[in-house]
Design a protein around this ligand. Structure first.
Ligand SMILES: [Zn+2]
Length: 315
């Protein structure tokens, strides 16, 4: 039964209304402003198990604190790189789904600057779905971004190295990581056995300063990129927001969760697309006029965004 909160036709009406050129008080065209916040549920239909709470990875017997912190990387960069080489390989072996493609189509179908998509996912699936980078903000970084460790460290008399590369999908990244990438020595990790040590000089190197490269993800105990946060804050504060899409995330973690309230304060209707969006707790959190669609983002997004992205076979 269609309820006000999951009425697709009513959602389509809203989307048509806000994306049809409206004008400001002084007569200049005012494009719609749409903010999206994406989490692991967006990638679930691709078959990628989330790292936390999953036993799908052979690395699950290892304590994440010993693999995903700056301290772990300093102590044994080879071990941490093995873990990330495996995660890169695993993520490359699944494909972006219809949800990623529908969001990429939304970004391409709206005027530049009117859609901002914040993702908590590090799996590279939105970039691989050709989501335009101008409208995508990777809050937690990406398994496929690499940056120089010298960024965090004063080098003797020289400026810090600012080398960063985004969306490097090579697999393996270097010969020393080839067995890690294919999972051969992860069987050893699962059994708790010692893995052969990889010397630092065999790990990925910065082409600019020859320092060590690290995975461009935000580790436990690290802050989100301040420049990224400032940019998002400016976009959010620039004008009213028409629609906030909350996709595949329970949005309980700050600062991500704070964007929903900020968007609401800026006038947005909030639409949640998540497996448990229509659970009793999900419905209780709804404000009047909000939408909640319980289901897979891969199934729902192509249908919901149809007034902008058109009818197509998104599968
Ligand atoms: Zn460097």
């Amino acid at each position: 039964m269609t309820m006000p909160h999951n009425d697709v036709a009513a959602f389509h009406d809203l989307l048509r209304r806000i994306t049809t050129a409206s004008t400001t008080a002084n007569g200049t065209p005012r494009p719609a402003r749409i903010l999206a916040l994406c989490g692991a549920g967006l990638s679930a239909a691709s078959g990628l198990a989330t790292f936390r709470g999953s036993t799908a990875s052979l690395w699950h017997t290892r304590d994440p604190i010993k693999l995903a912190t700056p301290e772990a990387f300093t102590a044994d960069p080879g071990l941490v790189w093995r873990f990330y080489a495996y995660r890169r390989h695993t993520a490359l072996n699944v494909q972006p789904n219809a949800g990623h493609r529908a969001l990429a189509a939304l970004a391409k179908g709206l005027p530049e600057g009117s859609f901002l998509c914040l993702t908590q996912n590090v799996d590279g699936l939105s970039p691989r779905a050709n989501h335009p980078p101008e409208s995508l903000r990777k809050l937690h970084g990406s398994l496929f971004d690499l940056r120089c460790v010298n960024v965090d460290r004063k080098t003797r008399g020289r400026p810090r190295c600012d080398y960063v590369v985004q969306d490097d999908f090579s697999d393996p990244l270097c010969p020393a990581l080839s067995t890690a990438a294919t999972g051969v020595d992860e069987t050893a990790a699962a059994s708790g056995a010692e893995l052969p040590h990889i010397p630092v000089n065999e790990l990925p190197k910065c082409p600019k300063c020859h320092g060590l490269l690290r995975p461009g993800v935000v580790w436990f105990g690290e802050a989100l990129d301040p420049m990224l946060m400032v940019g998002i804050g400016k976009w959010v504060a620039a004008d009213t927001i028409d629609l906030m899409l909350v996709i595949g995330t329970s949005a309980e973690v700050y600062p991500a969760a704070g964007y929903i309230e900020e968007a609401r304060d800026a006038g947005a209707v909030v639409a949640t697309i998540n497996l448990d969006a229509e659970s009793p707790a999900g419905l209780e959190a709804l404000k009047p006029g909000d939408f909640a669609f319980g289901g897979s983002a891969a199934d729902l997004l192509p249908e919901l965004l149809e007034p902008v992205i058109g009818m197509a076979n998104w599968k």
